[in-house]
Write a protein that binds this ligand. Sequence first.
Ligand SMILES: [Zn+2]
Length: 443
Amino acid sequence: MPDSFNTLSHPGGRRLKLAIVNGILVTQNRNRQILRDNLLVEDGVITKVGKFRDRVDDTLDATDCIVMPGLINCHTHVSMALMRGMADDLKLEQFLEKTFSIDALRTPEDIEIGAELGCIEMARSGTTCFLDLYYSQDVIARAVERVGLRGYLGWAVLDEEHTTQKGKPLANCERFVKEYADSTLVNPVVAPQGVYVCSDDTLMAAKDIASRAGTFCHYHLSETRREVYDYVRQKGLRPVEHLEKIGFLSKGDVAAHCVWLTVNELKALARGGVSAAHCPTSNMKLASGGVAPLPEMFDEGICVCLGTDGCSSNNSLDMFQEMKTAALLQKSSRWDASVMPAQKTLDIATIGAARALGAEREIGSLEPGKRADIVVVDGRNPAMTPTRLDNIVANLVYAGPSKAVRDTIIDGRFVLRDRQIVCVDEERIVDGAASAVNRLLSV
Ligand SMILES: [Zn+2]
């Protein structure tokens, strides 16, 4: 193994000059070009797309491979990877009760090992960046930096009477946002959990922290019909109507789920500049009943992105799988196979998601000047065969290519190379996660 491999791979190491050659580039640029070409990465940034003769420190041969921007998961609870398969096939109330009872027992070590596990799962399935909602984001940030993912980490904020956090959620959040203001891979976010646990004062204080820190708010919104009806009984208005009335909706916010919304509420979200993170698998598995109105969201000009939600309600962080589910759910529920084409679906998991995070200048496509968040998929994997220029996007969305992900590069560094996780000891994490779960279940 050459020396440059370790240096290039390690999060703390100097990023060297890397050429990715002979690949089929799914650029996701403005014209959605697909090119047979090369990529040059220097100091974590894509500097050239095309032919070049630069001397490089390392070359990645991508012959017969698809080179694409990393997928962006816009709603998850990464450390709940530890709770995979612990609360299945239950009615929502029982699901929440079981999830919260296990969650309340978790130590910071459990949260950290769960986050590492989730980050590895994402790197292995082509996700390079994610938006998280949870408490203890300082612990999760350590795992994110160690594995090498790009994390938008939203510290959960809610009324003190509802929280299990030590200390005051708003103060905890503000401290975290300040602490990570200058980090490269960790982008701190403010995450009011949902209107059902946040008073108007809490919501507005959260918005204030976000605007002072130059970040945004991420929250659950109108996931279940019951939550909406309860809110109408309590406030006399639907959630989005009330949030607009109190001046909470802000440009750049990302609202997860957005299932039970009226057209007027969609118009209010569009006016407010709020993006919608669609979580189809979670919605179906928890039997939320409705289907998020994606075509109407597009019509209103809302920026739509895609999320897996946590592993307790999905039970996977695989964004390739999520793209397929999103497309099929819209087609099936609208009786229209053309309503959610593969290209549109890939867009909401890449460049559209980058726009939702306010990061479309940095990530989401393979273009000179963008950070090098790149995934290489083996086009000779049986699941991806035949791969031709005219069916690549369909294969990426419908063929389930996560099993063919060969390399994952984030901010110019290898996190996965030739199917090996390179920055952390994967076996230690898998073993550690298994023993943490055994401990939790024996309490
Ligand atoms: Zn969620």
